[in-house]
Design a protein around this ligand. Structure first.
Ligand SMILES: [Zn+2]
Length: 372
């Protein structure tokens, strides 16, 4: 991963590059960025740059053997640690990142902006809380005490140190006085969940969320198309990981699905609604939330059009068709009430409500409203 993969953030990249060129790399750094920021991507690009044997002014070279290894997350001097759950074959206390390194690399190589939620959903369906355990911290100390293999530097990228809990204390000494030529990069979303003792020992780099223009450029690169639906960009609110999810769900046709659902609600046949709820319960939380958010986005636009008879820019032609079809069953009061119900539903999804029951009662309530 190179800096060029991350749009914008010019000043941050410049500072990191300067620190590597002057060989004055702070030995413990915290990259702090909310879900969907480039915090992890920035740590990967920085480690690639540090190892690169032919550093350029603005980026790593991308072609030296070190860069090639980094691009596959296989450089022997970059170590990863991240929260995991129990592996199928080991006890929880014996499980470490090493047991999940392949799925981790697969996820991050396919999407360096992947969210922590996506990660956990990749490795487990259970609700057990992931963490970074004692064995992991011991392993980290061991690895960093060894000589580097190929590069001048050994690097540890620890993703989501929030999940260290009190084990963070075990790393204090390492963070304060790491072995020579060692760089520890912590990549976190919420500094309040870190031990103050860890926080105070790190140099902090804040990675802001993306601008709409930056999101657009990432989506253009991923899809290979210049034609990106503006509604995806607007809905993502600077969170690239959500933008990518939304783009996928666009392909899945949320618009027509919303229309089908509202029709089902209107007819209120329990069997049809049950089937719909069973389908949607197979989705993960993120997809369920995206669907509801899409519904809210659509209703807001519908609402605006209802009054002004003009469309906002973020509504596509097919959505306009759907809106025309819905005109006969929706009016101003109903739109407002459904918006309230959908907002409540998002809160319930966050609180891990049973999705079948949630969508069933939501469907009946919406049906009742539509017919009233
Ligand atoms: Zn290189």
């Amino acid at each position: 991963m190179r800096f060029e993969t991350i749009p914008g953030k010019v000043e941050i990249k410049k500072q990191l590059i300067q620190s590597a060129q002057s060989e004055k790399i702070p030995h413990a750094q915290l990259f702090l960025g909310k879900e969907g920021s480039a915090a992890l991507a920035m740590a990967l690009a920085f480690s690639t740059y540090i190892h690169c044997t032919d550093k350029k002014e603005e980026d790593s070279c991308g072609i030296c053997p070190a860069c090639l290894k980094s691009s596959k997350m296989m450089h022997p001097d970059t170590h990863f640690a991240f929260p995991v759950v129990k592996s199928e074959t080991k006890k929880r206390e014996d499980t470490t990142s090493e047991d999940f390194i392949l799925p981790f690399k697969n996820l991050i190589l396919s999407n360096p902006f992947a969210s922590f939620k996506q990660w956990i959903e990749t490795i487990t369906t259970s609700t057990a809380r992931p963490n970074i355990n004692v064995k992991e911290t011991n392993l980290i100390s061991q690895r960093l005490s060894l000589q580097s293999f190929e590069s001048d530097y050994k690097i540890l990228i620890m993703w989501m140190p929030e999940y260290l809990g009190r084990e963070g204390n075990r790393l204090l000494k390492l963070i304060e006085e790491p072995p020579d030529k060692t760089v520890i990069l912590l990549v976190a979303e919420d500094s309040e969940l870190l031990l103050p003792t860890v926080l105070s020992r790190c140099q902090i780099t804040k990675i802001p969320l993306f601008t709409n223009k930056e999101i657009k450029s990432v989506l253009q690169r991923i899809t290979g198309s210049t034609n990106i639906d503006e509604s995806v960009i607007n809905l993502s609110a600077g969170n690239i990981s959500r933008a990518i999810e939304l783009l996928k769900s666009e392909d899945d046709g949320y618009g027509s699905m919303l229309y089908d659902w509202l029709r089902l609600c209107y007819k209120s046949h329990p069997e049809d609604i049950t089937r719909f709820c069973e389908d949607i319960a197979r989705w993960n939380q993120e997809q369920q939330r995206n669907f509801i958010e899409y519904g809210l986005h659509f209703l807001r636009a519908f609402h605006y059009w209802y009054f002004s008879q003009t469309w906002t820019d973020d509504i596509s032609e097919s959505e306009k068709d759907i809106a025309f079809k819905m005109k006969s069953i929706l009016n101003f009061d109903k739109i407002i009430s459904i918006e309230e119900l959908l907002n409540e539903a998002i809160t319930h999804i966050y609180r891990n409500a049973n999705s079948k029951i949630l969508f069933f009662s939501l469907s009946l309530e919406i049906g009742y409203l539509l017919k009233s």
